[in-house]
Design a binder for this molecule. Sequence first.
Ligand code: DC
Length: 252
Amino acid sequence: MFGKSKYIFYNYRLNQNVLERRSPIETKPIIVAIDGPAASGKSTTARILAGKLGYTYIDTGAMYRSVTLRVLREGLLDEIRRDESRITELLRTITIGFQGERVFLDGEDVSEAIRENRVSREVSFISSLKPVRDKLRELQQEMGQKRGIVMDGRDIGTVIFPDAELKIFLVADPAERAKRRHAELSLKANGAAVPGIEELEQEIIKRDRDDAERTHAPLKQHPDAVLLDTSSMTIDEQVSFVYDLVNKIARQ
Ligand code: DC
């Protein structure tokens, strides 16, 4: 009797070890869709998670920012505000791609330029336009065809990949998000002035409202998405939480 249970225990331990060593890449590559409001920690979590999994990371916010940058550079913003069909020609000739973490607009590395404040101010408007969403939906769905991706944005679980095996909806208090954004901007400021925390919080609240109230693909939680409030979580905790979920799902 004793001998038998010892044998079973040994086998169990062996299986446990085998399971622990098996990475999700050796199993079934899945799509991880991470949505949530501005500065909720999506991009950082998604980037680190993708690295740990050996998956491709796609920051869809960077794609909307790239379209916005091109509109600003061509001085078309006012015209498009008057007549949204004016953006159609620009969309026909735009190319957006990623090389690792760098973002390329028409072949130029725009990874820093798309983070400028003038882009942040106008990106909600540009991302609310149907022709823009149609174009980027097509590109994003193509990028995820082979699965094995972590994609973050506002509508990934609801519109782009409603069949994603794992959908996460990240939220955090606006005050906490403003603090994080402030720390991030201060780190990169290189002596330049950084907006105050209160101002950043107001900007974040406004962007949340704009993103959630727009007609096309508004920010909302998919009913199957796992809700994760990161207000008092560290990045490590966020990544581990999602990583454990991926492991469970990818092994099924
Ligand atoms: O994630 P971010 O802050 O860089 O996104 C910039 C803007 O792009 C954000 O205000 C909303 C928009 N966006 C969107 O509408 N849909 C997405 N999938 C990603 C971003």
